[in-house]
Design a protein around this ligand. Structure first.
Ligand code: ZN
Ligand code: ZN
Ligand code: ZN
Length: 361
C-alpha cells in the first residue's frame, strides 16, 4: 500500500495551467503518480529523453513505469524531484532504493545525499548488501567505505548472512573483495615499515643535533673544555637522547677494546661521528665535533663497495631530510619554548666530565 501522495495533489494540475503536460509515474503496486513533464525533465536527463520520444498517438497520456522498488520509495523519489530534499526518516527507510533510482535516472544530487546517508548507516550486517549496491550504482565513495569496513572487520563480516549470500551468488565479486583485503594488508605492512624507517631517520637527526650541542655548548656530563660550566640549569629538551649520547661518548673515550677491538658500542658511536661528518657543513676549523675533519679528509673507515657507498649516501640524504622536516615542524614549538625561557642548550654541572679532548680528533 502506498502511504501518501507524492505532491500536494496528484489529480490536479498544480499550476492551474491547463496546457501543462503531465506524465504518469506508475509504481510496482500499480499506483499512478502524475508529475509535470517539466519537473521530470529538469530533474533528470533520463526522464527528459523518455518524455521527448515521439508518442504513437498524440492524444495518449505518457506513462513511465518504475518497478523493482517499493511504491513508497517511488513516492519519496518523486517528492525529491519536486523539492530537492529528502526527510531523514525516508532516507532511513528507502536509502538503498533511492540510491538505485538516483543512479538509474541520473539524479546526482540525490545520489550524493544517499551516498552520505548510507555511509553513516553502514553496519557489519548491511555492509555486504550496500557494497554490492554501491558497485552496481557506481558510487565510489560508498564502495570504498564498504570495502574498508569489510577489510577491517572481515572475521565478523564473513559470519553474516549477506556475506554467505554473496559467496554463493557472486564468487567473482568475493574474489575482488578478498584481493582488496590482501592489498590493503600489504599496503599497511609497507606503511608500517616506512613509518619505522622514518622514525629511525628522525632519531638519527636528533642524535646529530645533540652531538653538535654536546660538542659546542656542552651538556650535563660531557662538553668541550673551553666551555665554562653554567650552574643550576635544567637538562636540555632532548635529554633522553642527549644523555644516552653522552654516556656513549664517555664510553668511546675510555673503552679499551675500541672499534678495532670489536666493541659494538664504540662502533655505533664511530658511525654517529661519521654521519655527523657527512652532514656537517661547517669549515674544518669551526667544527668541534670529534673526528669530523678526519672523516672529511677520507681518513675514516673506507666503504667496502659501491653498494655500501650508495646505502650510506641514501642514509645521509634521509637524515638531512628528516632534520629539515623536524626543524620545520618544531619551529613553532621552539619559538614558544624560547619565549618561555627554556633553550635547547643544556647546562654543565660542577661534576662535569669533559671528555671530548680525550677523543681522537
Ligand atoms: Zn644536552
Ligand atoms: Zn667500546
Ligand atoms: Zn663537523
Amino acid at each position: 500500500m502506498c502511504r501518501r501522495p507524492a505532491s500536494p495533489t496528484e489529480s490536479e494540475n498544480l499550476s492551474g495551467d491547463s496546457t501543462e503536460i503531465y506524465i504518469q509515474i506508475v509504481t510496482s503496486s500499480g499506483r499512478t503518480i502524475p508529475v509535470p513533464a517539466n519537473i521530470l525533465a529538469s530533474a533528470s536527463t533520463v526522464f527528459e529523453s523518455i518524455i521527448s520520444r515521439p508518442r504513437k498517438h498524440r492524444s495518449s497520456e505518457k506513462s513511465i513505469p518504475i518497478a523493482g522498488v517499493p511504491c513508497d520509495a517511488v513516492v519519496v523519489f518523486v517528492g525529491f524531484l519536486y523539492s530537492n530534499r529528502c526527510a531523514e526518516e525516508d532516507m532511513e527507510k528507502y536509502g538503498i532504493h533511492l540510491l538505485a533510482l538516483s543512479h538509474v535516472y541520473l539524479v546526482p544530487k540525490l545520489k550524493s545525499q544517499c551516498t552520505k546517508a548510507l555511509i553513516q548507516r553502514l553496519t557489519i550486517e548491511n555492509v555486504t548488501d550496500v557494497l554490492q549496491l554501491a558497485r552496481l550504482c557506481d558510487a565510489p565513495d560508498l564502495y570504498l567505505k564498504c570495502m574498508k569496513l569489510v577489510s577491517n572487520k572481515f572475521k565478523i563480516v564473513e559470519q553474516t548472512e549477506g556475506w554467505k549470500f554473496l559467496q554463493n551468488n557472486d564468487p567473482f565479486f568475493e574474489l575482488e573483495i578478498l584481493q582488496f583485503i590482501d592489498e590493503t594488508e600489504s599496503r599497511r605492512k609497507v606503511s608500517r615499515k616506512q613509518r619505522k624507517e622514518q622514525s629511525l631517520y628522525f632519531e638519527l637527526s636528533e642524535a646529530m643535533e645533540c652531538l653538535e650541542h654536546i660538542c659546542t655548548e656542552g651538556c650535563i656530563n660531557v662538553g668541550p673544555n673551553d666551555v665554562v660550566p653554567r650552574k643550576n640549569r635544567a637538562p636540555c629538551n632532548k635529554f633522553s637522547t642527549c644523555n644516552g649520547l653522552q654516556l656513549s661518548i664517555q664510553h668511546f673515550a675510555n673503552c679499551k677494546k675500541r672499534v678495532n677491538g670489536g666493541c659494538v658500542r664504540c662502533k655505533r658511536m664511530w658511525q654517529l661521528f661519521k654521519l655527523h661528518s657527512s652532514i656537517c657543513e661547517l669549515p674544518d676549523s669551526d667544527c668541534k665535533v670529534p673526528l669530523c675533519r678526519r672523516f672529511k679528509m677520507g681518513g675514516g673507515e673506507e666503504m667496502k663497495n659501491k653498494k655500501e657507498k650508495e646505502r650510506w649516501g641514501l642514509l645521509v640524504k634521509k637524515v638531512v631530510v628528516a632534520r629539515a622536516t623536524s626543524s620545520l615542524l618544531l619551529s613553532k614549538r621552539k619559538r614558544v619554548e624560547e619565549e618561555a625561557g627554556t633553550g635547547a642548550c643544556g647546562e654543565v654541572n660542577d661534576n662535569h666530565n669533559h671528555v671530548i679532548r680525550k677523543l681522537i680528533c
